[in-house]
Design a protein around this ligand. Structure first.
Ligand code: ADP
Ligand code: 5GP
Length: 211
């Protein structure tokens, strides 16, 4: 496993991390969640993988060359970074700062290696692992996406089996079987988390009760 160094960045009051094996439906769930939870803002990652046809640079990812990525690593621009499926991915300090300065809660769609680095830095974050209902359905969804060869699908399934072994590290597991139910479950988790004084946005505050 190759992971990046965790560097200093102002501590966010709250951060939400969503991980899932490739094909489990993370992109779909994140899109639905952002429509229903305006307080959340998607943290756009940097990556060296080529854009997919429907992806918009600066919106889905900041697409960069390996040289540009390495330069950013050297300048300690990332709060976490990792190699996933042979490409570099990272969350930049600048991206987190942009979201926090706008008064929003960052939603990070990152893999387990990245989640591990973020958890070391901000253990009070909310860590959710999205799971497929079965390995058969995961394979179907990967094929349905239509951008992978048979060999790549096989490798992603193998990788997914490894990734779920890190499941203990997350606060919640959500199965993405029926899309609306998965999204509603995550909303319920967010709602519950917002009422916990020890973690999330209430951390370190005392109750404010109007006179
Ligand atoms: P990921 O971002 O995790 O790789 P995607 O969101 O691209 O996964 O989803 C993979 C495929 O599965 C897509 O074709 C998507 O439409 C489909 N999909 C996602 N969630 C569901 C669901 N709950 N039920 C049925 N199909 C789904
Ligand atoms: P995809 O290329 O399919 O969009 O994403 C592949 C994997 O990389 C997914 O598991 C996704 O969560 C992860 N990923 C996306 N951005 C980042 C990032 O900034 N850091 C890390 N560690 N993983 C990321």
């Amino acid at each position: 496993m190759q992971v990046g160094r965790v560097v200093a960045v102002p501590s966010p009051s709250w951060i939400v991390v969503l991980s899932a094996p490739s094909g489990a439906g993370k992109t779909t769930v994140v899109r639905a969640l952002l429509e229903r939870e305006p307080q959340l803002q998607f943290a756009v990652s940097h990556t060296t993988r080529p854009p997919r046809p429907h992806e918009t640079p600066g919106q889905d990812y900041y697409f960069v060359t390996p040289e540009e990525f390495r330069d950013l690593v050297e300048r300690e621009a990332f709060v976490e970074w990792a190699v996933v499926h042979g490409h570099f991915y990272g969350t930049s300090q600048a991206e987190l700062r942009r979201i926090l300065e706008g008064g929003k809660t960052p939603l990070l769609d990152i893999d387990v290696q990245g989640a591990y680095q973020i958890q070391k830095r901000w253990p009070h974050g909310l860590f959710i692992l999205l799971l497929p209902p079965s390995w058969t359905v995961l394979e179907q969804r990967l094929r349905q996406r239509g951008d992978l060869t048979d060999e790549q699908v096989r490798r992603r399934i193998g990788q997914a089996r490894q990734e779920v072994r890190w499941g203990w590290m997350y606060d919640y597991w959500v199965v993405n079987d029926v899309l609306d139910e998965a999204v509603e479950t995550i909303e319920a988790i967010l709602w519950s988390h917002r009422h916990r004084p020890g973690v999330g946005p209430m951390r370190g505050r005392v109750p404010e009760i109007p006179e």
